[in-house]
Write a protein that binds this ligand. Structure first.
Ligand SMILES: [Fe+2]
Length: 223
């Protein structure tokens, strides 16, 4: 009914009517930067305080701001064509917000839960699907280091095969084909200040601060 009525309106009235039926812009401003579950220097010496501070306060905040701006523009777009034009911004900034929110919880200080894979369902599943924990890390690092440009390496749970698999996504694409269990940011902003261009050193070091307890929780929830 509304679409028929709208076509009968003069263009300026139609535009105003479309805006009236769009979601109010205030509903788009829902996303906020989550706090880190540890201090900025808590992952040293494996990930420096400088990297963590910039990564969280600047990079993640930028994705949050971009997502809120894109959602507000989307809500106020007067046409489907304009909404379609915003899809790339929604995907990039929304993916960035989702991925980084997962990533912070993926990590934990080495003095706490970081790097400790104890006996339990996650270790059993890793050994079943990769042969050993060392082999899993080796394959994960090789596939993640091979990401061209920027992206993410993932340990994902395949709901169809019920197996753990290593996959990568480009840019800030979120992992949709699998349920994310562990995600590693392989954008240069995640390691360059400390490891320069040597991705393998960053990838070898990060296992010391991977929060396997959080990973196991995600696996148990999805199984
Ligand atoms: Fe990042």
């Amino acid at each position: 009914m509304f679409s028929l009525a709208r076509t009968a309106l003069r263009p300026s009235l139609a535009k105003r009517a479309a805006r009236a039926f769009a979601a109010p812009s205030t509903t788009a401003l829902l996303h906020t930067l989550p706090d880190l579950p540890y201090a900025y220097n808590a992952l040293e010496p494996f990930i420096s305080e400088e990297i963590m501070t910039l990564h969280h306060k600047k990079h993640h905040q930028t994705y949050v701001n971009g997502l809120n701006a894109a959602e507000e523009s989307y809500a106020n777009s007067p046409s489907v064509k304009e909404q379609i034009a915003l899809q790339a911004a929604l995907k990039f900034n929304g993916g960035g917000h989702i991925n980084h929110s997962l990533f912070w919880k993926n990590l934990a200080p080495a003095s706490g839960d970081g790097g400790k894979l104890t006996d339990g369902p996650l270790k059993v599943a890793i050994e079943r699907d990769f042969g050993s924990v060392d082999e899993f890390k080796k394959v994960f690092n090789a596939k993640t280091a091979a990401v061209q440009g920027s992206g993410w390496g993932w340990l994902g749970y395949n709901l169809a095969t019920k197996n753990l698999e290593i996959v990568t996504t480009p840019n800030q694409d979120p992992l949709l084909s699998h349920t994310p269990i562990i995600g590693v940011d392989i954008w240069e902003h995640a390691f360059y200040l400390q490891y320069k261009n040597v991705k393998p050193d960053y990838l070898n070091a990060i296992w010391n601060v991977i929060n396997f307890k959080e990973a196991e929780k995600r696996l148990v929830e999805v199984q």
